[in-house]
Design a binder for this molecule. Structure first.
Ligand code: F6R
Length: 365
């Protein structure tokens, strides 16, 4: 049932504050602001590394997770798309654990990677939405994302719930490993607890602007997304969302890679969507944006209040989100990215919930 929404995708975008709150309540205590104990099968304290694998959007959530595990838990993360991971013959050791991320829990390559790590004797954690799935059954520890059924083929709420779970687990890992203090833990959990309310506000505030901007975006054939730090996987996720449902060609790049190739493509026919909260990377990203502007590129700038105040560049559009804590910015900044792809596809008249050539669950290699 789509309720009063035109598509399941739209419904699922607007459900995010509620489902994320539900997901978080499974991993953190909203009163004491502590993380809840993690399934003992994954002993973060003794681990030397984490091997992470997934496909598509789930892989991109894992890539954000890598930044968090490395930063908060000082835990090295090896991550790859499942179709490569399983054939790489990478050296694995039993002091690593393996983490697989899958909405459906049935993706063939992810399952094969899981079995490969199981053979190698690693403990297996599974971040899944469907708890009765094969991947969940074969894992030593299951971390549910509790997003509820996701019907739209383009993943939205599963992505942000995966992020919420990964953020919580990275704090739990940091606590177990003694790499964050009790005070830092409390602050991070407080930040997570504020997220559902902030997401609701943002969804309501930006909708009209996203719809209007989508009209402009639908006239282009190519779009480039740029970001640094955790905004880099978000840039790739933005490009993936746009290409799968609107069929506009889009690419996501690390902003610092611009001058190593993609800058050759910049002209007035390829808008550049820059994802840049006012974080420690902001100035660097702005200098990449200047390089785009200097070559006649049109910029869609997705930033926060501080970022908007700090940049004087002329843009095609500037989307201003509230200033939020660094740990929640990937979830908050997912919202304009999802809405922009959604409204562009609606405007172009594509089959939003069932884009051509795609299946919700990919059970063949
Ligand atoms: C993109 C999308 C796909 C899936 C991928 C993995 O919007 O939905 O890229 O993320 O096929 O699927 P799961 O998470 O079920 O393993």
């Amino acid at each position: 049932d789509k309720g009063n929404h035109r598509h399941f995708m739209e419904k699922e975008i607007y459900e995010q504050p509620e489902v994320i709150s539900h997901a978080l309540s499974h991993y953190v205590d909203f009163h004491s602001h502590e993380v809840k104990p993690v399934d003992a099968a994954i002993d973060f304290k003794s681990l030397r590394g984490l091997a992470v694998s997934a496909c598509g959007t789930a892989y991109l959530s894992g890539l954000v997770g890598k930044y968090w595990f490395e930063r908060y838990a000082r835990l090295p993360v090896e991550i790859d798309v499942a179709s490569e991971f399983r054939y790489r013959e990478m050296p694995l050791s039993k002091d690593q654990a393996a983490l697989f991320i899958s909405q459906s829990g049935e993706t063939a390559d992810t399952l094969a990677s899981l079995r490969y790590c199981h053979e190698a004797g690693l403990k297996i954690g599974a971040i899944v939405n469907v708890k009765e799935s094969t991947i969940a059954r074969e894992a030593d520890a299951v971390f549910p994302i509790l997003a509820g059924p996701e019907i739209g083929v383009a993943s939205t709420k599963a992505f942000t719930c995966q992020l919420a779970v990964l953020a919580s687990l990275s704090i739990a890992a940091g606590k177990a490993r003694g790499t964050i203090s009790a005070e830092e833990e409390k602050q991070l959990v407080k930040n997570l607890a504020e997220m559902p309310r902030i997401m609701s506000q943002v969804l309501n505030a930006i909708q009209p602007q996203m719809e209007a901007l989508a009209r402009d975006l639908s006239k282009f054939k190519d779009v480039l997304y740029l970001g640094r730090g955790t905004s880099y996987p978000l840039a790739m996720e933005g490009a993936l969302k746009l290409k799968e449902i609107s069929y506009i060609h889009a690419e996501g790049y690390a902003a610092g890679e611009l001058k190593h190739g993609p800058i050759a493509l910049i002209d007035e026919n390829m808008p550049v969507i820059v994802i840049a909260p006012h974080d420690r990377f902001f100035d660097k990203t702005v200098s990449n944006m200047q390089e785009v502007a200097a070559r006649g590129g049109r910029i869609i700038f997705i930033t926060d209040e501080k970022g908007a105040a700090a940049s004087k560049l002329e843009t095609m559009a500037t989307i201003v989100l509230p200033n939020v804590a660094e740990i929640i910015s990937p979830m908050v900044f997912s919202l304009p990215i999802q809405l922009l792809a959604y409204h562009t596809a609606v405007f172009m008249g594509t089959d939003v919930d069932q884009p051509r050539n795609l299946a919700k669950s990919v059970t063949v290699e």
